[in-house]
Design a protein around this ligand. Structure first.
Ligand code: C2E
Ligand code: MG
Ligand code: MG
Ligand code: MG
Length: 289
């Protein structure tokens, strides 16, 4: 049984380290065959503009249909994939699948729809994943700034000429650069001057704790930075109507979270694009006092 909790995918509560070790080996083995067995899929989580009530974008999130464990989320396996050198192939699959899917939605008339994917900091160690993003965006004819790559501040902190060049290369191809979990890493804000960033994502930990001490000044600072630099701003992990309302009042328009929808299959998003679900308007409208 794979334990899905915790950022590293495992919880070290098992007193039997041997069992833990065997579990890890089994996971590695399963992961090695997963691409060939076609067990990965992308689910797409809607992002809603509070101003218009419209679906403006989706974040592509990786899922693994494990033969015995069922649908497994990335927290359980991404780090292992990085450690055993499988992330490169997985990222390639994600880039290919996501760009094709976005092109399909654009071809069906939803040309304004934006999509982001998550890349690993390892993907910035080499040129090939970056080259592949550029190739796919070009081959699919995706319009400027519709496709975006989410990276964490960890990547920015590496700050080598190679990493900067790779990020610039993406930006030059019209690919957006989004900072995921913004404000939770070692933010040295100077990187915003050096890297061609186009979006910030307010981390769920801030949204979760809107009334906590110090949260509001942080969110105000983030919205100020986004406005000052002319960046898109997305709040993630929005679960309650009052959070959406407060975030909107604080200057954040685009919301992603279970209040509106979890990540859904491409087929479910097809239906959403044909006929937006009724509940969106209700969640957007402020509740009567
Ligand atoms: P992330 O990029 O910060 O993605 C947001 C995570 O929050 C997703 O978890 C999403 O399902 C979850 N989420 C969204 N709304 C809510 C909400 O209202 N409440 C709560 N409690 N959770 C919400 P998920 O899909 O399990 O992904 C976890 C992380 O795995 C992602 O965090 C991202 O860092 C990584 N990841 C996902 N897909 C990929 C991928 O294709 N490649 C790589 N390298 N990493 C990925
Ligand atoms: Mg993300
Ligand atoms: Mg995030
Ligand atoms: Mg997050």
């Amino acid at each position: 049984q794979i334990k899905r909790e915790g950022k590293n995918g495992f919880r070290f509560y098992d007193p039997d380290l041997n069992a833990h070790y065997r579990e890890r080996i089994a996971l590695e083995d399963d992961l090695r065959g997963a691409l060939a067995r076609n067990e990965f899929s992308l689910h797409y989580q809607p992002q809603i503009s509070m101003d218009s009530g419209k679906l403006v974008g989706v974040e592509a999130l990786l899922r693994w249909q494990h033969p015995t464990h069922g649908l497994v989320g990335p927290a359980a396996f991404i780090q292992v994939a990085e450690e055993v050198g499988l992330i490169r192939d997985i990222s390639h699959w994600v880039v290919d699948t996501a760009t094709r899917q976005l092109a399909r939605w654009h071809a069906r008339g939803h040309q304004a729809l934006r999509m982001s994917i998550n890349l690993s900091s390892h993907d910035f160690d080499r040129d090939d994943t970056i080259d592949q993003v550029a190739d796919c965006v070009l081959r699919c004819g995706l319009a400027h700034d519709r496709f975006e790559v989410e990276i964490t501040e960890r990547v920015m902190m590496r700050d080598t000429d190679e990493v900067i060049a790779r990020i610039r290369r993406l930006r030059d191809c019209g690919v957006g650069i989004s900072i995921d979990d913004f404000g939770t890493g070692y933010s040295a804000l100077a990187y915003l001057q050096k890297f061609p960033v186009s979006s910030l994502k307010i981390d769920r930990s801030f949204v979760d704790n809107l009334n906590g001490e110090g949260t509001q000044p942080i969110i105000s600072a983030i919205t100020g930075i986004a406005r000052g630099f002319g960046l898109h701003l997305v709040a993630e992990g929005v679960e309650r109507q009052e959070q959406a309302q407060r975030l909107q009042d604080m200057g954040c328009d685009i919301m992603q979270g279970y209040l509106f929808s979890k990540a859904v299959t491409a087929g479910e998003l097809d239906r959403w694009l044909e006929a937006p679900p009724q509940h969106i308007e209700a969640e957007r409208a402020p509740r009567p006092q």
